[in-house]
Design a protein around this ligand. Structure first.
Ligand SMILES: [Zn+2]
Length: 116
């Protein structure tokens, strides 16, 4: 587990407006036909880089959810969309949100729940 301090920055909270941050698409994770969108977001305020894993279920919109966790700058170049889940699961904490979580962001750790 990597030690990751929580800074109380906007990027850890609900009020992060992602379009205002530097976002680049890493691609789509097709593992288990999940078609999850993976993006890399850099916070303008604290400069930390996040990897965000966004999964939608077309026949069950209320199950849509995302997970977002810190990634070191040096790791961004080597990571592939299929690696995102493992990266997140190995972090000390990540943030999860979306309809599945009642559109509230919360801290989580360990295994990602990617099931309907
Ligand atoms: Zn931040």
């Amino acid at each position: 587990m990597k030690k990751l301090p929580k800074l109380g920055c906007a990027c850890e909270k609900h009020d992060l407006i992602e379009s205002e941050y530097r976002t680049s698409s890493l691609g789509t994770d097709l593992t288990d036909d999940r078609k999850a969108e993976v993006n890399v977001i850099q916070c303008r305020l604290c400069q930390r880089i996040w990897i965000k894993y966004d999964i939608e279920f077309s026949n069950s919109p209320e199950s849509g959810r995302w997970y977002k966790g810190i990634i070191a700058k040096k790791d961004v170049a080597g990571i592939k969309p299929e690696d995102a889940v493992e990266h997140l699961e190995n972090l000390e904490w990540y943030i999860c949100g979306g309809s599945f979580f009642g559109n509230k962001e919360e801290f989580g750790r360990g295994k990602l729940n990617l099931d309907l």
